[in-house]
Ligand binder design. Structure first.
Ligand code: TRH
Length: 378
């Protein structure tokens, strides 16, 4: 039985917990590893995976135990801990491992190998290919930590997706799932165009409400909980736009989230994990990126755009790029939504091509397990 300890600090929102949980699940279920997810804010994880609660429990092959991260200064980074490092250790998103745990890794290396990884965010930028698999010696103990960069090519460690994803996003499930879920939300399952809306408050939400109002085609907005959705609702109220139906969705468990995406015709979606799920669902999507200082998110967007739009005809490509610029960068452009919808069929065809590309990439769990086995041989 392989043991694996994953460490995650929640910076904000749900993404860090969401990505960690998915990966932990895949390593446990697809590779039969005994995984401990040590997280500093288990409450955030519980919000999207209600069954995932921190517990002091022994680890089991094929399952994930969630543990509270006990802050530095303690000799015990989580409980129960026997003072040993696991076979595989994953430090997520530069969270820095606890001192006591690093010392345990160094002790383990004296007698047997340990596979230590630092997992970064998903990106289409070149550095993901260049940096993936590179080792970095620990400044104090000298053992190697290997960088893992998820990305959209074979040279990266791939994407965080299940092996059996085609079953989850099976179009044959769409109609029944949609009927059931939309009834729960009070949405119309027969509506010709439903947009799932899950974005950051930094987005120009009021301007987007105007864009929706200016295009007379009916749209049902299924809005995720959050400040941006509340603002969209307020902004739509005074507009005389009976063709827009606003429906508030509740927070759903991560597996139901996939079904929500499968049920919708398109998504305006944020972050890392959610946007990847929308792509895997094969629906046209507009991506609002996690805003970063010095606008580095725009560089990230440009790298992604160069891949994602490859299968699109020029005019559809332009429409997608313009709406992306609008939602992430905010220049006033009242026709972006209308132009984007004008190209919805081409955008849908492009989304299907891209979905196939994603299904052909290595999965993150597969890359980690292969690399780990190599490292553990020496
Ligand atoms: O929530 P996010 O914006 O979070 C992250 C973090 O802020 C992180 O620090 C940052 O670096 C990263 O964004 C880019 O976005 P994300 O990644 O899309 O995560 C949301 C998770 O929440 C995802 O796993 C899906 C899940 N979710 C549900 O399970 N149910 C829901 O109803 C909703 C709305 C989301």
């Amino acid at each position: 039985m392989r043991t694996c300890d994953m460490f995650c600090r929640v910076i904000d929102n749900y993404g860090d917990a969401g990505v960690s949980w998915r990966l932990a699940q895949m390593l446990a279920k697809e590779y039969d590893w005994a995984v401990r997810l040590i997280i500093d804010d288990a409450a955030v994880l519980s919000a999207i995976v209600p069954t995932a609660k921190a517990e002091v429990a022994p680890v089991k092959a094929g399952s994930v135990t969630v543990c509270d991260w006990i802050e530095d200064g303690s000799d015990v980074p989580f409980r129960p801990w026997d003072g040993q490092a696991a076979d595989v250790v994953i430090e997520l998103f530069s969270c820095r491992l606890p001192d006591a745990y690093e010392a345990a890794i160094a002790r383990r290396f004296e007698t047997s190998p340990c596979a230590v990884f630092a997992l970064d965010y998903l990106t289409a930028e070149k550095y993901a290919e260049e940096g993936n698999g590179l080792p970095s010696p620990h400044p104090r103990y000298g053992y190697d930590k290997t960088f893992l960069f998820p990305g959209f090519s074979e040279k990266t460690c791939g994407i965080n997706r299940e092996r059996n994803l085609q079953q989850i996003f099976n179009p044959a499930r769409k109609e029944s799932v949609r009927k059931r879920l939309f009834a729960e939300f009070g949405a119309d399952p027969e509506h010709p165009f439903t947009l799932y809306f899950f974005t950051y408050p930094e987005m120009p939400v009021e301007g987007f409400a105007q864009c929706l109002a200016q295009d007379p085609r009916p749209v049902q907005v299924l809005a995720a909980p959050g400040a941006a959705s509340a603002r969209l609702k307020r902004a739509l109220e005074p507009l005389d736009a009976p063709h827009i139906r606003f429906v508030q969705a509740s927070m759903v468990a991560q597996d139901v989230f996939d079904d929500v995406l499968l049920s919708c015709d398109a998504a305006l979606i944020r972050g890392e994990d959610s946007v990847l799920r929308a792509q895997l669902a094969g629906i046209p999507m507009i991506w609002t990126l996690y805003p970063q200082q010095e606008d580095t998110h725009l560089t990230k967007l440009a790298a992604f755009a160069s891949l994602y739009t490859q299968a699109l005809p020029q005019t559809a490509r332009q429409a997608w790029l313009e709406i992306e610029d609008y939602v992430n960068n905010g220049p006033v452009h009242e026709h972006v939504w209308k132009n984007w919808r004008d190209h919805i069929e081409e955008l849908q065809a492009g989304a299907t091509v891209w979905q196939k590309t994603l299904f052909s990439l290595p999965t993150l769990a597969e890359s980690i397990s292969k690399l780990a086995e190599k490292k553990l041989k020496f």
